[in-house]
Design a protein around this ligand. Structure first.
Ligand code: GLU
Length: 260
């Protein structure tokens, strides 16, 4: 199976901006194990800006673009240092890929990205992807890694995209405000009603919310990839997911006939 797992800033860092070591270690251990079982694993990791800001002692996401970009430069190397260290413990080699929107929109660059990632997978490396926040101003202002994860999954024709965040899936209403909100385990089709459920939320150090996840689901399912939104609190639930047990909300890929 070719699997793209995206982790949000809230999954891998505390609200202080410092790394959630237990979470990151568990995530790397589970992904290493899944790769050992013969699956292709690609990690899309947020957290550059949040972890960079945390390292600089800032309380919250930097307000201005130059500081965001500087924080991303600091946080990205910190993230890769940690991923490299932990994945190495399980005998896995990591590879960093930083992308901008232009890289996936321009056909030649996109083809280069695709062939690099396939070569890395042949070499049994684990690609770790983020937006190139230090050069892509528009990425910081508009982009989000849910969308990036969906684009990556589509470009490499992944079997499954998993978005891990502080939300365990889609509800019929905001469960924080409506305790009787119903959990939606499966989405066969992204209807206007589903779109309407996806209000955006802001996290102190990250971006996203359900709105970007439904947007990502559009991209992934259109390109034949199932997408699951699940909580990042317990990365070992990935085992259950791959064994076909119900975890999070699954958006089903459009069948070829649907897209004709
Ligand atoms: N690329 C951003 C970062 O690494 C995260 C974007 C997002 O949270 O979606 O900080």
């Amino acid at each position: 199976m070719r699997l793209v797992v995206k982790v949000g800033t809230s999954t891998i860092a505390y609200p202080t901006g410092h790394l959630n070591i237990r979470r990151v270690e568990m995530l790397c251990k589970v992904l290493s194990d899944i790769a050992n079982a013969g699956n292709n694993v690609i990690l899309v990791s947020s957290g550059a800006i949040g972890v960079g800001a945390g390292k600089l002692g800032m309380m919250g996401r930097p307000p201005d673009m130059p500081t965001k970009q500087a924080a991303a430069a600091i946080g990205q190397s910190e993230l890769m240092y940690e991923y490299d260290k932990i994945f190495s413990e399980y005998n896995h080699t990591v590879a960093q890929i930083l992308l901008t929107a232009e890289d996936v929109e321009e056909p030649q660059r996109c083809a280069n990205f695709r062939s690099t990632i396939f070569r890395l997978l042949e070499l049994h490396a684990i690609p770790i992807i983020n937006e190139n926040d230090t050069v892509a101003t528009a990425e910081i202002a508009l982009g989000d890694n849910d969308t990036l994860g969906a684009i990556v999954a589509s470009v490499i024709r992944a079997d499954l995209l998993v978005l891990m965040s502080d939300i365990d899936g889609l509800y019929s209403a905001d469960p924080n405000l409506h305790p009787d909100a119903r959990f939606i385990a499966e989405v066969e089709e992204i209807t206007p009603e589903i779109e309407a459920l996806a209000g955006g939320t802001e996290y102190k150090f990250g971006t996203g919310g359900m709105r970007t996840k439904v947007h990502a689901a559009h991209i992934a399912t259109e390109h034949g990839t199932d997408m699951v939104v699940m909580s990042g609190r317990h990365p070992d639930l990935l085992y259950d997911l791959l064994e076909g047990k119900p975890v999070g909300t699954r958006f089903f890929a459009k069948k070829e006939n649907d897209t004709l």
